[in-house]
Design a protein around this ligand. Structure first.
Ligand code: NAD
Ligand code: ZN
Length: 241
């Protein structure tokens, strides 16, 4: 049986489906992932730019990376994979849990594990801002109160929000099928969610271009195809079955 048919059957036989997505989901929207070929980490050392201690030490330097990411993300649009996930709600998809900070998922419930780069806030008085107001080299990164502003994203070395994480845990433990899409599955605690699903009796299917720590272990099925290509095919076949 082809892997596509196996996935089709899995979707067809599942009442509650949850998708867990990573940077690979947005590559076809023109956003570079962190790891792998063309990844941001080829140019930026995470410890130097995106670690919370680096930000505290030299916020201007971290803002160089934030601005670059923001500019790339603000030009991007949802790709056919994102669109297929929205339509998959008619076939049992109940929520998307994402590690992405790009806001490209338009599903009814999107759990943003690592925040959203469109939003920013002041590290002093907590005032809410839009990141766009700080993009542009000459712009100040300071709030009216004088403290430094930061994007509302989780930096390396920081914990995730408790409420967001517990919702992700709850969704993962209550699904029949988890689709793990475009994630290298190495960043914790997101990488544990497929195990939570599996231990609760769910089937786990990963869509990626390469092997990950889930392949041949936690994943019941691994499909090595582009998310933006395989998801619309699945949807199309579901509609005609
Ligand atoms: P990652 O960069 O570690 O891994 C990306 C994975 O996607 C790789 O395994 C790669 O093989 C796969 N991939 C690439 N193109 C694909 C495609 N077209 N279809 C299917 N799979 C594809 O990403 P990650 O696991 O999400 O983890 C790291 C961190 O990166 C997260 O914390 C996230 O916040 C951050 N990030 C987010 C964005 C974004 O918001 N779009 C972009 C870069 C990094
Ligand atoms: Zn302030």
């Amino acid at each position: 049986m082809s892997v596509t048919k196996k996935l089709l059957d899995a979707v067809d036989n599942s009442e509650t489906i949850v998708a867990l997505t990573g940077a690979g989901m947005s590559v076809e929207s023109g956003i570079a992932p962190f790891r792998g070929k063309g990844g941001l980490w080829e140019k930026f050392d995470p410890e130097e730019y995106a670690h919370v201690n680096a930000f505290k030490r030299e916020p201007e330097k971290s803002w160089m990376l934030f601005r670059l990411q923001y500019n790339e993300i603000s030009k991007a649009r949802p790709n056919p994979g994102h669109e297929a996930l929205v339509k998959l709600e008619e076939h049992g998809l109940s929520a998307v849990i994402t590690q992405n900070v790009d806001g490209l998922h338009k599903n009814k419930e999107v759990v943003e594990l690592h925040g959203n780069i469109q939003r920013a806030y002041c590290t002093g008085c907590n005032m809410d801002y839009n990141t766009v107001d700080f993009v542009g080299k000459e712009k100040s990164i300071n709030c009216k109160c004088g403290a430094v502003v930061r994007p509302d994203v989780v930096l390396f070395g920081e914990p995730l929000s408790n409420s967001v994480l517990s919702r992700a845990w709850e969704l993962s433990s209550r699904c029949d099928l988890m689709l793990v899409i475009g994630t290298s599955a190495v960043v914790q605690p997101a990488a544990s969610l497929p195990l939570v699903a599996k231990n609760s009796g769910s089937m786990v299917v990963e869509l990626n271009l390469e092997h990950t720590p889930l392949t041949n272990r936690i994943a019941d099925l691994s499909i090595f195809k582009k998310a933006g290509e395989i998801l619309p095919v699945i949807l199309d076949r579901l509609r005609h079955s």
